[in-house]
Design a protein around this ligand. Structure first.
Ligand code: FAD
Length: 304
C-alpha cells in the first residue's frame, strides 16, 4: 500500500490544476489517470477561449499543463482508479498497479459527451463534428451547420450558432422539444434557423472535413442528404462518476452534487465537469481544481 496525503482521480484540467495547487500547499499528491493526461480537450483541434494561451491545440495545451504538473513533483500514476472506498479515516484507491491510501480525495473524472452513433461521426470529430458550440462555434462563422438534439443545450447551441452562422438546421428525433419553450420560440422567429423534426442523422459525410449529413425521417423512413459544414451534437453528457456511488451524492444525471466550495462529503472534494454546475469549460474546471485543492489542504491542516 502506497501512502499519500491527497489522491486526485483524473488528470484533465481540473485534476491537474488541483494537483498543482495541492502540491504547492505542501502536501504529498498522487494523481491517477486512466487514459491520457489532458482529458476531453486532448483531441480538440483548437482552443480559442482560454485566457492568455491565444490559439492553441488541445494536445499542446494538455502537454503544457502536464509538464507544469510534473514539474511540481506530483506523482502521476498512469492507471485507472478501479475502486475507491473509505478506510481507516481516509480512502483506499485500487488500481491495476496496486493500492494507495490517501487522507483526502479529489474527484476530477470529468464527463464524456454522448455520441449520436451516426456513421462517420467518430472519424470526423474535430473535422466538422463538435460537441461544444461555445468552444467551436466561431470556426463556423458565415457557414451552414446542423445542431442535433432536443434539450436545452441543443436550443442554446442553436441560438448561439444562429448569431454567427449563415444557416442552422436543428434536427430532433421527436416532434416536440424538451428545451424551454422560450428558447424554441426565439429560434422559430429567426430567419436563418430551419427545423427538421422526427428526424435522425444516420451518417455524417466527408473525407477530411464534414460535407453533408444523411437525415432519415423516423415516421416516413425517407432519407435526404443535406450539405453542411459542421455538425454540433448536443444529445447530453455522461459524467464518469459511477465509481463513487456511496461515497458522494449524485444527481439524476450522475453529476456529483457539490456547490462552488467543491465539497462533496467529509474529506471528499470534487472539481470540474463531473460536478453539478452550469458552465462546463476549461476555465471553470481549472477554477474548481484550485478551489477543491485548497479546501482539501484546509481539511488536512485542521485534522493535524
Ligand atoms: C470536443 C470538445 C471541445 C472542447 N473545446 C473546449 C474549448 O475550446 N474551450 C473550453 O473551455 N472547453 C472546451 N471543452 C470543454 C472542456 O474540455 C471541459 O470542460 C474540460 O475538459 C473539463 O475538464 P475536467 O478536468 O473536469 O474533465 P476531463 O477533461 O473530462 O478530464 C477527466 C479525466 O479523468 C480521467 N478519468 C476518468 N475516470 C477515471 C478513473 N476512474 N481513473 C483515472 N482517471 C479517470 C479521464 O480519462 C480524463 O482524462 C471541449 C470539450 C469537448 C468534448
Amino acid at each position: 500500500m502506497t501512502n499519500t496525503d491527497i489522491a486526485v482521480i483524473g488528470a484533465g484540467t481540473a485534476g491537474m490544476t488541483a494537483a498543482i495547487y495541492a502540491k504547492r500547499s505542501g502536501f504529498d499528491v498522487t494523481l491517477f489517470e486512466g487514459y491520457m493526461p489532458g482529458g476531453q480537450i486532448v483531441n480538440t483541434g483548437e482552443i480559442e477561449n482560454y485566457p492568455a494561451t491565444g490559439k492553441i491545440s488541445g494536445f499542446d495545451y494538455s502537454m503544457a499543463l502536464l509538464a507544469q504538473t510534473e514539474g511540481t513533483g506530483v506523482s502521476i500514476v498512469r492507471k485507472e482508479a478501479l475502486s475507491v472506498a473509505r478506510k481507516d479515516g481516509g480512502f483506499e484507491v485500487a488500481t491495476a498497479k496496486g493500492e494507495y491510501f490517501a487522507k483526502a480525495l479529489i474527484i476530477a473524472t470529468g464527463a464524456k459527451n454522448r455520441e449520436l452513433g451516426a456513421a462517420g461521426e467518430s472519424r470526423l470529430v474535430g473535422k466538422g463534428v463538435s460537441y461544444c458550440a461555445t468552444c467551436d462555434g466561431a470556426f463556423y462563422r458565415g457557414r451552414k451547420v446542423a445542431v442535433v438534439g432536443g434539450g436545452n443545450t441543443a436550443a442554446a447551441d442553436a441560438l448561439e450558432l444562429a448569431r454567427m452562422c449563415s444557416e442552422v438546421v436543428l434536427i430532433h428525433r421527436r416532434s416536440e422539444f424538451r428545451a424551454q419553450k422560450a428558447d424554441i420560440d426565439k429560434l422559430r422567429a429567426l430567419p436563418n434557423v430551419k427545423f427538421l423534426l422526427d428526424s435522425v442523422v444516420d451518417e455524417i459525410v466527408g473525407e477530411d472535413s464534414v460535407r453533408a449529413i444523411v437525415v432519415r425521417n423516423v415516421v416516413s423512413g425517407a432519407k435526404s442528404e443535406i450539405a453542411v459544414d459542421g455538425v454540433f451534437v448536443a444529445v447530453g453528457q455522461t459524467p464518469a462518476t459511477a465509481l463513487f456511488d456511496g461515497l458522494v451524492k449524485r444527481d439524476l444525471s450522475g453529476y456529483i452534487i457539490a456547490g462552488e466550495d467543491c465539497v462533496a462529503a467529509d474529506g471528499v472534494f470534487v472539481a470540474g465537469d463531473c460536478r453539478t454546475k452550469k458552465i462546463r469549460q476549461l476555465v471553470t474546471a481549472a477554477s474548481d481544481g484550485a478551489v477543491a485543492a485548497l479546501a482539501a489542504a484546509e481539511y488536512l491542516s485542521e485534522r493535524e
